[in-house]
Design a protein around this ligand. Sequence first.
Ligand code: ZN
Ligand code: ZN
Length: 243
Amino acid sequence: MDLRKMAEWIPDAAGFFYPRRCPVCQEAVEQQGSRICGICRTKLSYVRQPFCQKCGKPLLLEEQEYCRDCRRKRHRFERGRAPLVYDRIMKSSIAAFKYGGRREYAAFYAEEILRRCAKDMSGWQGEVFVPIPLHPSRRRKRGFNQAELLARELSRRCGIPTDAGLLTRVKKTKAQKELNDQERLTNLKDAFSVRKGSVPYQNIILVDDIYTTGSTVDAAADALKEKGARKVYFVCICVGNGN
Ligand SMILES: [Zn+2]
Ligand SMILES: [Zn+2]
């Protein structure tokens, strides 16, 4: 490599020494400056209209306002959005992010959230991002909290700060995916607690990786509202289907 070529590389020094991995195929991304292969981007399934006006899940019918879940449940949060549908591709992408050491995917996910959801988010007047915390023992085991990484990448790009110390997980809960709706609620009851005496914000945006039934977000919103938060919203990387 000649010097002129070398100079071109320097602005992206991190990308030079550690090539960015594609969040879909997990290979090094060839196109410099890009976080995803061109072909892999076409495989992503984005949430498009119509989607649930409460939780952002994609809907089949234009005339529906809310998904089945939001029609029968009273959620504790105001609204939420996610850019991507939780399908097979995103399942393996997020697994690599959480368990395979691919922390760099947080930047890609944050950019997708802002690219697709910033317009809705601007109406929420959120003062702070609060990542859904892991139980301290789980965090120690994993070495990081994926929701916190994501929140910090969002903060860097849109200026809303992250407060990762506000909410804490006081109860070691079972994996939600193994439980039914009712069990999920009991499982998460009092799972979160506010570390400070009261919440110093009015409008909060919770950050998590996946939204399915909303019981995690509801439990976190509950804890925050009990200590003075007025409105609680959420952003996630993916949502399940909502019909
Ligand atoms: Zn790829
Ligand atoms: Zn919904």
